[in-house]
Design a protein around this ligand. Sequence first.
Ligand code: NAP
Length: 258
Amino acid sequence: MFDLQSTAVLVTGGSRGIGRGIASVFAEAGADVAIAARSLVDIDAAVADLDSRGAGKILGVQADVCDPMSCANLAAEVINTFGGIDVVCANAGIFPEAPLATMTPAQLAEVLDVNVKGNIYTVQACLDALIASGRGRVILTSSITGPITGFPGWSHYGASKAAQLGFMRTAAIELASQGITVNAVLPGNIFTEGLADMGEDYIAGMTRAIPAGALGKPEDIGYLAAFLATKEAGYITGQAIAADGGQVLPESPDAVRP
Ligand code: NAP
C-alpha cells in the first residue's frame, strides 16, 4: 500500500516552505521530484537537500507560474527528464498584506495572478501528461484563510484561496473520467520562511489559537499531499482537506485551553 516509487511529481514553489516540505516527503517516499520557483539560489539549495533524501531523481527548474509559456516550458522539462508527470502539486503562492481600504489594483492583481491564475496555468501545462499517466493527481495548496476563516489585511488572499476551490471542483468533474483526481490541502499556520516574515507577534498569537498548541511543519502538509497522490486515494476527488492542528474549531479564544 501507499507506494510512491516510480511516480513523477512536480511541486511548484518547492524551493522553500510548504512546497519544500511536500517535495521532501515525496523524495523520501522514493518518487522522482521536480521543484519549480523563480529564485535559482533557493532552487539549487533545495535540490541539494532533496538529492540526499531518496533514491528517485530530483530536478530543479526556474519558472514563473504567472506566465503560461513558463509553465509550458516547465512541464516539458519535467516530462523530458522523468518521462511523464503523474502528480502536480500546485503550491506556489504569496501572501502580502494589503488592508481593503488601501489595497491597490496592482496588489490585488499580483495575488490573483500567482495564487489563482498560477494554479490554473500549472495544471493546464501538465494536463496532457496527467492524462497519459492514467492515474494523474492534482493537489492544490489552498488555505484555511478564505475557504473557512478570515484575517484582517488578507481579503485579497482569502479571495484567491477560495477561488482555488472553485477551480478545483469543476476541474475535478472535467478530469474524473480520465483517472485524474483534483483535491486541495488547506494548511493552517505552518512555520515557513514566508510565515516567519509576518513577525513574532503574529506567530505568538496564532500559536495561542491552535488547539494542538503549535504551528504546523511543512512536512505535515507533505504527508497529506502524499496520501492524496497514492493509488489508494483514487476515489477521493474535488475535496478540500484542512491540516491545521484544530485551528478552525474553537468557538472563541476561551475554547483553546493552555
Ligand atoms: P513561502 O515560504 O514564501 O514559499 C513560497 C514558494 O512559492 C517559494 O518556493 C517561492 O519561490 C514560490 N513562488 C512564489 N511566487 C512564485 C511564482 N510566481 N512562480 C513560481 N514560484 C513562486 O510560502 P509558504 O508559506 O511555503 O506558502 C506556500 C503555499 O502555502 C502558498 O500557496 C500559501 O498560500 C499556502 N499556505 C501557507 C500557509 C502558511 O502558514 N505558511 C498557510 C496556508 C496556506 P520564489 O519566490 O523563488 O519564486
